[in-house]
Design a protein around this ligand. Structure first.
Ligand SMILES: O=P(O)(O)OC[C@H]1O[C@](O)(COP(=O)(O)O)[C@@H](O)[C@@H]1O
Ligand SMILES: [Mg+2]
Ligand SMILES: [Mg+2]
Length: 280
């Protein structure tokens, strides 16, 4: 696992340079989710593919920017699914973006996840790696330094509601509004990495990306967005659900499948489950 941890650190340093210097124009290509890829999405994907190709323990990779899985080393046991540049549409307005990694053993699938990691590219570069604990690292003078273990409180005070409100179910709107009525404050940038990072570091709250009339299974992709954050939140003492069941119990069809998702501290997720149970 240390070899993977170090490879991710190398990708983070190279992606930081790419973000700072690379032309951010659009490519002519779309990814498997039908989104036009930025030159930078493709560049970051190539950086990660290249760094992982040197790590013998990696068997196969899957990327948001690649249609199919890509085999790497036959003798390796880890399967890594990653989103090379999450929130890339925020680059041109200079908001924070990130990279997300789900690390699976023997095959892709929530039940096989053994570690997860994300890197936030904001005013500073930070990396959160969850294995047996959820640990924060900060890039300083070219090296990542351990900062602290992250633990969520039982209840937070931030609310990050994703999805097109016009298409929310009425009970979902009531749920979101009820947190605001309780004094929760709105925090939503449109980048799941900085939005979920903020909740983790400020003690908790709720991030939701529900199923809606236009996107019944939500927008966020299971293998490289939903499962990694579900794993990270659970190790940090929080919870993650699709409204009905723990996200880590879900199966997946294909590497780009999406799921409705809610991440938060225990109090908020219990409320989500209560409301969704009544509206099945
Ligand atoms: O604009 P919306 O519908 O709120 O969606 C925001 C979500 O989409 C994403 O940008 C999707 O990720 P990509 O940028 O990697 O496609 C998440 O980071 C974010 O939480
Ligand atoms: Mg993404
Ligand atoms: Mg992306």
């Amino acid at each position: 696992m240390t070899d993977i941890f170090e490879a991710i650190q190398r990708t983070a340093k190279r992606i930081k340079i790419a973000i700072d210097t690379k032309d951010i124009g659009y490519s002519q290509q779309e990814n498997s989710s039908g989104e036009t890829q930025l030159q930078l999405d493709i560049k970051c994907d190539m950086i990660i593919e290249e760094e992982f190709s040197h790590v013998a323990s990696i068997h196969t990779i899957a990327s948001e920017e690649k249609e199919h899985e890509m085999p790497m080393h036959k003798a390796g046991k880890y399967y890594i699914a990653y989103d090379p540049l999450d929130g890339s549409s925020l680059i041109d307005v200079n908001l924070s973006v990130g990279s997300i990694f789900g690390i699976y053993e023997n095959a892709f699938g929530a039940k096989n996840m053994v570690a997860a990691c994300y890197v936030v590219f904001g005013p500073r570069v930070e990396m959160v790696f969850a294995h047996h604990k959820t640990k924060l690292h900060l890039l300083q003078d070219g090296e990542f330094e351990f900062v602290k273990e992250i633990r969520l409180k039982e209840k937070g005070n931030l609310n990050a509601p994703g999805g097109t409100q016009q298409n929310w179910e009425p009970y979902h709107k009531e749920l979101v509004d009820s947190f605001f009525s309780e004094g929760y404050r709105l925090r939503y940038s449109g980048g799941m990495v900085p939005d979920l990072h903020q909740l983790l570091l400020k003690g908790g709250g709720l991030f939701s990306y529900p199923g809606t009339a236009d996107k019944p299974e939500g927008k966020l992709r299971k293998l490289f967005e939903v499962f990694p954050f579900a794993f990270i939140y659970k190790i940090a003492g929080g919870e993650a659900t699709n409204g009905h069941v723990d996200l880590m119990t879900l199966s997946h069809k294909g590497i780009h499948e999406t799921s409705a998702c809610f991440f938060g501290s225990k109090y908020e997720i219990a409320r989500v489950k209560e409301v969704y149970a009544k509206n099945r």
